[in-house]
Design a protein around this ligand. Structure first.
Ligand SMILES: [Zn+2]
Length: 75
């Protein structure tokens, strides 16, 4: 998985988790499902949203370069 895919997955899972948490008014189990999705989004982000060169986490970088080693990273 490249950083671009990891970022995309993070937003999709995060949004799905958020919607699930809102659905708690329908059924209490949605809260657990939503929290699980949000946790999975964070774990996947920490694992895969990294520079392919130095493996540093890309954090809130907005440019296309790793803030640690300057390697070009499309994300
Ligand atoms: Zn780097």
């Amino acid at each position: 998985m490249n950083p671009k895919q990891a970022k995309h997955l993070f937003f999709v899972l995060g949004a799905a988790g958020f919607v699930c948490i809102l659905l708690v008014v329908v059924h209490p189990l949605f809260l657990a499902a939503g929290l699980l999705m949000a946790a999975a989004a964070i774990v996947l982000n920490l694992m895969f949203y990294r520079c392919p060169c130095c493996r540093a986490h890309l954090g809130r970088t907005s440019g296309n370069h790793c803030p640690h080693c300057g390697h070009f990273v499309e994300h």
